[in-house]
Write a protein that binds this ligand. Structure first.
Ligand code: SF4
Length: 978
């Protein structure tokens, strides 16, 4: 038989692979271990990163060599911050592709599809390359190109004026995923403004609250790789928090035989890998956790000694059960009483999961002992009223088994993360911003960002300069039309500056659009809790580093980036100098060089100082290779500082810290010794002193003074005195709060809409400019169970109307058994749009829409989907899809949880066949109704002026980004005097 050309090619490839392997073995290189100590034979050895040769795949069968310089950076497409290697073509000095960085200890050379798709973002033909200023009314779509100088001068003058006139609170910076540790907070602190506004209350503050009340630290760090049982309340293997670094470690655990339990109402890809897939009624997850906890408690299956040593049970007894004997045995009896009602039968009624299944799962959890890795992040904690109790009750399982900071257990994140100290540390702002931290939410962990339009409409204040960065509030937040209303009102927002690499729905209403760099076009440092270790990663403009390796000298990043794209760090430094050109406002000093006083701080000096002075072990590691620390980070992109951090809370407090010791009745130990110099300034809670100027330093456990947890008691707070003292005594211990979408409140036609799930290949508002990803996933049909389809009398070809409290959207159904009956789900990535008449936008993923007032509300209708178009990228002529999904978030009203402040995303909806006049993508929203819903949820709060036990606005120990000086924690005078 004649050999076909393809077979011949394959044979040739096989021969060459074998020859290459023989060559490798001959040189004694069996495999390339990298820092991860796993087999990474397919990665280019780091010794060859200056001159890496590959055959050009497109030239086959010609052997056409291409030579690359490999430069590391960090992916910016999700919070995982995986390492990337940019392949810089040495002939063109352009990036030809991105692959994984084997030197990165978190991601270990691996990426999801979004990592390599960074190339699409860099070469996106629709990206914004020059500063733009609006030329008509806001939202008219008319823009003129301006110089950076023009933009900087106008913005700086406006900020300076506000600061000089003591209107500091009118400056606001609203950030989505920051992707950096502390740079911009430092800038805002240097300006003396309490102007940080984050996306966290539409993302993770529910989960954070639950963890924070336990341990004083707001995130979990599960040691998945070493766990025996992994319990996830999320779709973690495909899209959850830190999912690629976690997913690879979860799979390692599964290979060892670990059991995987996945709680997800939707059949996610993660659920398909589970030993147990539990699909509870949305909002009932805490009841399920408590049934498992009760099984451990009633069966004496918990670690008694751990609970005795580390829970603040003595405080609970003293405060809540003073009649009981102050003994651990008495507490255990009460514990059994407290949770006896959470039987499997009760949980079955709440969750819809069979009691026998729950019992089986509980037995698996019990078998884990200290090797129980658990994780809950957005998901249920971000979906429901009281969602913060989902993470609090999940962590209860770890706390019962002693599976905290153990091998295979769950760590508080701060111990598996490292935030280096910067060259300058400005003081805490001397002001408090009520627009982001209102009195009604004294316990919210993050800013009430998504209520801003309502606060502005109520004239609680105004914003004079509003920055958005990696953030698109009109599209991302609930109630986007209320955002449009305030963004187009110059009396409420004086100037809107959108810092963004790409067009987005909010930027259309901006005054300035300033083009910022993608992952390979900017500097950042970051560190995330992904296993039991601490590492830092370094994002860098790769073309700058490549050209510097060739001996060129680069001034600022604009010299190497496309068009006039800048990086934020250099932008902030320049802006700060223009706000305070002569230094008289005290701002400039924090943006000046230390090496050459009176000149601007450069990114080289900023990061050079940081890596030299505040990253333990890095200078020595760099010196071993004859490098300076900054050069080491530019070469490898990441550094692992320490492994096997272990149980920090069990460590003894060093004797030198124990001067003038005082002690509370429950063992909290205070010291008057000076604070040791901070190297790791992870922002966790800062418990109050003892009233005599002494600071908490440890906790006495069985006679020894141990470091403990950064909670008021120093222990794990089963009982939160903070919740009790601030008006929420009924929720002071882990419990179950019935969700706003509880079946009791749904009504006969009500269904629950899950609107928050990610798709593996898209990421919120930032990946629509990645053509490879868009081709794979571009629409968001409504997941609906066949039994619901039958009940509602619709079929697969119908359109359906999904009606919310404030409007409706029209979408296509996707009939699947992968969702619970009575529940529908719609991914939140899709439904991007641009207004008709706007010449600009993301051509691959934005539908063109009409938007106007109609029938007492806002009506959006689709003019056209996407279509092939001419651009610098020939692939845009090959676009075959037209459908880009529906923007459901516009039809959601705000649902701020009264305790955590988290927006509760789940919607109680009515689903029915679309009406005859309805078209795909139609959206209707009544913002008056949105205001009513806002007021209804506001009534659920217990305001600081009514409940504060000590005349402050908020417990000082709770975490808070950009914490103001302590003096500003007091209630405002006019409130305090009431
Ligand atoms: S998980 Fe994917 S998107 Fe996220 S940082 Fe890693 S490669 Fe990038």
């Amino acid at each position: 038989m004649t050999e076909q050309p393809v077979e011949r090619d394959l044979r040739e490839i096989g021969r060459r692979v074998l020859a290459a392997r023989a060559d490798t073995l001959e040189r004694g290189e069996t495999f390339y271990p990298g820092p991860s100590r796993i087999h990474l034979a397919s990665f280019p050895p780091k010794e060859r990163w200056d001159d890496w040769v590959e055959l050009d795949s497109k030239s086959w069968p010609e052997r056409s060599e291409r030579r690359y310089m490999l430069v590391p950076t960090t992916c910016f497409n999700c919070e995982s911050a995986c390492g990337l290697l940019a392949y810089v073509d040495k002939d063109t000095m352009q990036v030809r592709k991105f692959e994984g960085n084997p030197e990165h200890p978190g991601s270990r050379g691996r990426n999801c599809a979004k990592g390599p798709a960074t190339l699409n973002q860099v070469t996106d033909p629709d990206r914004i390359l020059y500063p733009l200023k609006r030329a008509g009314a806001r939202g008219d779509g008319k823009w003129v190109q301006v110089t950076w100088n023009e933009a900087l001068d106008e913005i700086a003058a406006r900020i300076r004026k506000a600061i000089v006139e003591e209107r500091q609170n009118e400056i606001m910076y609203h950030v989505g995923r920051p992707g950096e540790d502390g740079f911009t907070e430092r800038v805002l602190a240097s300006w003396g403004v309490d102007g940080h506004n984050s996306h966290t209350n539409v993302c993770s503050s529910g989960a954070r609250s639950g963890y924070h009340y336990w341990s004083g630290i707001d995130r979990p760090s599960p040691d998945h790789a070493n766990a025996d049982v992994i319990l996830l309340i999320s779709s973690h293997l495909e899209t959850g928090h830190y999912f690629n670094p976690h997913a690879q470690r979860i799979i390692e655990a599964k290979e060892r035989g670990a059991k995987l339990i996945v709680v997800d109402t939707r059949l996610s890809n993660t659920a398909t890998h589970a030993d147990f897939w539990l699909a509870p009624h949305p909002g009932s997850e805490a009841a399920m956790n408590l049934a498992v906890a009760n099984y451990l408690i009633q069966g004496d299956l918990y670690d008694r000694d751990y609970v005795r040593r580390w829970w603040n049970w003595e405080e609970y007894l003293a405060r809540e059960r003073p009649e009981a004997a102050p003994t651990f045995e008495a507490f255990e009896e009460l514990l059994k009483e407290l949770y006896a009602g959470y039987t499997f039968e009760y949980a079955e009624r709440e969750t819809g999961i069979a009691a026998a299944t729950l019992e089986e799962v509980a037995a698996v959890v019990a078998s884990a002992g200290t090797k129980l890795a658990t994780h809950s992040w957005r998901s249920a904690a971000a979906g429901n009223l009281g969602g913060w109790q989902v993470s609090r009750t999940l962590f209860l399982l770890n706390a019962l088994l002693g599976a905290i900071a153990t091998e295979g257990g769950t760590f508080p994140n701060a111990w598996n993360k490292f935030v280096p100290k910067p060259i300058h540390t400005p003081p805490h702002p001397e002001t408090w911003n009520d627009l982001t931290w209102p009195l009604e939410y004294p316990l919210a962990l993050n800013e009430l960002s998504f209520l801003l339009p309502h606060f502005l409409k109520e004239d609680r204040g105004r914003v004079d300069v509003y920055f958005t960065r990696v953030y698109n509030p009109v599209w991302t937040n609930p109630d986007g039309m209320s955002w449009v209303e305030v963004l187009t009102d110059e009396t409420k927002i004086g100037m809107f500056v959108a810092l963004t690499p790409t067009w987005n729905e909010s930027a259309f209403f901006a005054d300035y659009i300033l083009p910022m760099g993608h992952a390979s076009e900017r500097h950042d440092v970051h560190s995330y809790e992904q296993y039991d270790a601490q590492w830092i990663g370094f994002r860098q403009p790769v073309l700058r580093t490549a050209r510097e390796r060739r001996g060129e000298s680069i001034g600022d990043t604009r010299e190497v980036n496309p068009g006039e794209v800048w990086e934020e760090n250099e932008f902030w430094t320049e802006l700060s100098w223009r706000i305070d050109p002569d230094g008289s406002l005290g701002i400039r000093q924090y943006h000046e060089s230390k090496a050459t006083p009176g000149t601007k701080l450069t990114v080289d000096e900023y990061y050079g100082w940081m890596f030299e002075n505040s990253v333990p072990g890095l200078p020595e590691r760099a010196a071993a290779e004859g490098l300076k620390p900054l050069d080491f980070m530019r070469r490898y992109g990441a550094f692992e500082i320490a492994r096997k951090i272990g149980a920090v809370y069990e460590e003894e407090v060093p004797p030198q810290e124990l001067e003038h010791v005082g002690e509370s009745s429950f063992g909290r130990v205070y010291t008057a010794a000076p604070k040791p110099p901070a190297t790791n300034i992870v922002p966790h809670g800062a418990p109050e002193g003892d009233g005599e100027g002494r600071r908490p330093v440890g906790v006495r456990i069985d006679g020894r003074i141990l470091k403990g947890f950064p909670t008021p008691s120093g222990k794990l707070e089963f009982y939160s005195s903070t919740l009790a003292d601030w008006g929420w005594r009924e929720h002071a211990i882990p419990g179950y709060i019935k969700s706003h979408v509880h079946p009791d409140d749904l009504g006969p036609e009500g269904m629950v809409l899950i609107s928050t799930f990610r798709l593996p290949v898209q990421i919120h508002t930032r990946s629509a400019n990645a053509k490879w990803l868009d081709e794979i996933a571009h629409t968001n049909p409504l997941w609906i169970h066949p039994s619901d389809v039958e009940r509602l009398g619709i079929d697969a070809t119908d359109l359906v109307r999904v009606e919310t409290e404030i409007g409706y959207f029209v979408v296509k159904p996707w009939i699947t058994e992968g969702i619970r009956p009575g529940v529908v789900a719609c991914s939140h990535h899709m439904g991007r749009w641009k207004l008709g008449g706007h010449p600009r936008g993301q051509g691959q993923m934005m539908a063109t829409v009409n938007l106007g007032r109609e029938d007492g509300g806002w009506k959006m209708s689709r003019k056209s989907g996407v279509a092939p178009y001419e651009s610098s990228d020939p692939d845009t002529k090959r676009i075959w899809w037209t459908d880009v999904g529906v923007h459901q978030n516009l039809t959601f009203s705000v649902h701020p949880d009264p305790i955590s402040g988290q927006h509760c995303w789940h919607q109680a909806v009515r689903v029915r066949r679309a009406e005859p006049g309805d078209s795909y993508g139609d959206i209707f929203v009544d913002t008056d109704k949105a205001a009513e819903v806002y007021r209804r949820w506001l009534e659920l709060t217990r305001s600081a002026d009514l409940v504060s036990p000590d005349g402050t606005r908020r417990p000082f120990w709770l975490m808070r980004p950009l914490k103001p000086a302590k003096a500003h924690f007091g209630l405002p005078d006019e409130v305090a005097q009431r």
